[in-house]
Design a protein around this ligand. Structure first.
Ligand code: SF4
Length: 332
């Protein structure tokens, strides 16, 4: 079985008290069954406290409900009480794993990091992009996906990485990547593999682009579920910034995370639109692009309802039409 790891996966270390945000804020923490049993049977004051804060959500999952926007196990010194008193291995799976992300396709597995973690975002968005580390290990299961479709997605994702690494301005590279996604989608739909001509693609993009509307794009995100007042404030006060390398790396991370997921429904375009729109949004909101992208990820990528809403909007919302997204990319 192949495993493909983002090259920063193994070296990631939580910065704990130095974290400018923290995964111990704002989110309910889902507690796996094994940890819940451990906590239910734990003697002493910590056990009593764990039993007090564990509850069930509407889906029947055991969770720690946040109190005052914080995990109730998060101490005043910004350390986790469970980790401090029982050690790392006693953390529930959610907290042990985060921000490590695993996509298991049966016969191969991919690992990367969540951009909603500020330290992971800093590393992934400010470091030069490099190929993932590929290793072969024993094990694996027969895949349930469509092999032919997955082969196309794996091959075209490599091509997409190459396009996103062209030595051209960020907005040009993103424009080419956007158009390449249609090229890849055509193959996924059964078309022949044909050469992707960069010069003709740029001429096509400039012909097609229509004046985009940044406000309409921001308004769309305002209507999604919002977790923090900070994000609401950022959406209310956009302050556009120039294109920058972290925004290009945001696109690369989106391609790494979402491209292969098109094997589930053969719809690559809606995922690439989501990635391109994330870059446009981060540029439009401005500020430090790494911080803006991290908040974006916390609000959007860690909320399945928000992700679904964007994938639906990719075809339905007037802010997401191809001509307008191209217009925003090209500054028309
Ligand atoms: S968000 Fe990342 S760096 Fe911050 S506390 Fe969580 S894992 Fe650590």
């Amino acid at each position: 079985m192949l495993i493909r790891k983002n090259r920063f996966f193994d070296s990631f270390r939580c910065i704990a008290q130095r974290c400018p945000d923290s995964c111990c804020k704002e989110w309910d923490v889902q507690v796996d069954e094994e940890s819940a049993r451990l906590y239910q049977n734990l003697p002493g004051a910590l056990g009593d406290e764990l039993r007090r804060v564990m509850t069930r959500n509407e889906d029947g999952d055991t969770i720690f409900t946040i109190e005052n926007r914080r995990c109730p196990m998060w101490r005043e010194d910004s350390l986790c009480r469970i980790q401090a008193e029982l050690g790392h291995d006693a953390l529930c799976k959610t907290c042990r794993d985060y921000p490590r992300l695993k996509h298991d396709y049966g016969d191969f597995v991919e690992y990367t990091l969540e951009l909603s973690c500020p330290e992971a975002a800093r590393i992934l968005l400010t470091s030069p992009w490099e190929d993932a580390i590929v290793q072969e290990i024993p094990g694996g299961e027969a895949p349930e996906y469509d092999r032919e479709a997955m082969d196309i997605l794996l091959r075209t994702r490599e091509n997409m990485y190459s396009i996103l690494s062209l030595d051209l301005p960020v907005e040009t590279v993103l424009t080419l990547g956007y158009l390449y996604a249609f090229h890849a989608q055509a193959q996924l739909d059964g078309g022949e593999e044909t050469p992707f001509d960069i010069d003709s693609a740029l001429v096509f993009a400039r012909d097609m682009a229509k004046a985009g509307n940044e406000s309409a794009l921001v308004d769309f995100y305002k209507a999604l579920e919002i977790l923090t007042p900070n994000w609401r404030n950022r959406l209310a006060n956009p302050s556009p910034a120039p294109w920058s390398e972290p925004i290009l790396n945001l696109a690369r991370c989106g391609v790494e995370r979402y491209w292969l997921q098109a094997v589930s429904d053969y719809d690559l375009i809606c995922r690439v639109k989501m990635v391109i729109a994330s870059c446009l949004l981060v540029k439009t909101l401005g500020g430090d692009p790494v911080e803006t992208a991290q908040i974006y990820a916390k609000e959007i990528e860690n909320n399945a309802d928000n992700v679904d809403a964007i994938l639906d909007a990719a075809y339905e919302n007037p802010a997401f039409t191809d001509d307008k997204l191209l217009g925003l990319l090209l500054g028309v």
